[in-house]
Design a protein around this ligand. Structure first.
Ligand code: ADP
Ligand code: MG
Length: 235
C-alpha cells in the first residue's frame, strides 16, 4: 500500500476508535438538545468505514476518503450522515493527486463548502459549522500566509476548532433538531461540533505520528545496539 494511503487508512481507524470511546459522551450531548443518537451514529458509521477501508487493495488517499464518505452515507441517517459522508465523498476529489499542503487546504475548503451547501448553516447556528469554519480558515492561513508546515497548521486548526466548540455552548441553535428547542438550547455544547473536533484531533495525532516515523533515523529496529561492555547479563 502506498505510504499516503496507509496513513489515511490509519487515520480512519484512529477516528473510529476515538468515536467509539466518545460514544456515550456524544450521546449525552445529543440527548440534551437532540434525539440522543449522535454517539451511536458516529461510532457505528466510522467503525463500518474503518472496516471498509481496511479491505481496499492498495488504495490512494482519495479512494480511502471517498470510501469512508460513502460508508457514512449508507450507515448513518439523520442530519450528520449526509453532512459528514456526502461532504467527504465530494472533497475526496481534491486529494486525487496525493496529500500535499496545497491539496489538504483545498480538501478542507471543499469539505466546508459542501457542509454549508447541504446544511445551509453559518457560524452562530450552533452546529458543526461553528467548529469547521474557524478550523478551515486557520488551517488555510497557517499554510498560505504563516508558512507553517501542514502538521503545525493542523495543530492550529484543532485549537481553533476547540474554541469553536466552546462557542456553541452559550448560543441558541438555529439549524438541526436543536433549533426546535429555541432558547432552551442555550447552555449546551453542540454534539456535531464536538465530533468534528474529535475527528480533527485524531487526524492531527496520526499526522504527528507519521511525521515522527518519517524523521526517525534509519536504524535497524530489530537489533537495538547495546553499548560495548553493557550487554545485559542473565542471572
Ligand atoms: P440528527 O440531528 O438527525 O439526530 P445527529 O444527531 O447525528 O443527527 O447529528 C446532530 C448534529 O448535526 C448537530 O449537533 C449539528 O452539529 C449537526 N447539524 C444538524 N443540522 C445541521 C445543519 N443544517 N448544518 C450543519 N450541521 C448540522
Ligand atoms: Mg441526533
Amino acid at each position: 500500500m502506498s505510504d499516503e494511503g496507509r496513513a489515511v487508512v490509519a487515520a480512519v481507524k484512529a477516528v473510529a476508535e476515538r468515536l467509539e470511546a466518545e460514544r456515550s459522551h456524544l450521546t449525552e450531548l445529543d440527548s440534551a438538545i437532540g434525539d440522543a443518537d449522535h454517539g451511536g451514529n458516529m461510532a457505528r458509521g466510522w467503525s463500518a468505514a474503518a472496516e471498509e477501508v481496511a479491505e481496499l487493495d492498495d488504495p490512494d488517499p482519495a479512494t480511502v476518503v471517498k470510501t469512508t464518505g460513502k460508508t457514512l452515507m449508507s450507515e448513518v441517517g439523520g442530519a450528520s450522515g449526509p453532512l459528514y459522508g456526502g461532504s467527504l465523498v465530494f472533497a475526496s476529489a481534491e486529494l486525487e493527486d496525493g496529500v500535499t499542503a496545497e491539496s489538504a487546504v483545498a480538501f478542507a475548503e471543499t469539505y466546508l463548502e459542501k457542509v454549508q451547501d447541504r446544511g445551509d448553516a453559518t457560524v452562530g447556528d450552533k452546529t458543526m459549522v461553528d467548529a469547521l469554519v474557524p478550523a478551515v480558515h486557520t488551517f488555510k492561513k497557517s499554510v498560505e500566509t504563516d508558512d507553517l508546515s501542514p502538521v503545525e497548521a493542523l495543530a492550529k486548526a484543532v485549537a481553533a476548532a476547540e474554541r469553536g466548540v466552546d462557542f456553541t455552548v452559550p448560543i441558541r441553535a438555529s439549524k438541526g433538531r436543536a433549533s426546535y428547542l429555541g432558547w432552551r438550547s442555550v447552555g449546551h455544547q453542540d454534539p456535531g461540533a464536538t465530533s468534528t473536533l474529535y475527528i480533527m484531533e485524531e487526524l492531527l495525532s496520526v499526522a504527528q505520528e507519521e511525521l515522527e516515523v518519517a524523521e526517525e533515523p534509519t536504524v535497524d529496529a530489530a537489533s537495538p545496539t547495546v553499548p560495548d561492555g553493557e550487554e545485559a547479563t542473565e542471572d
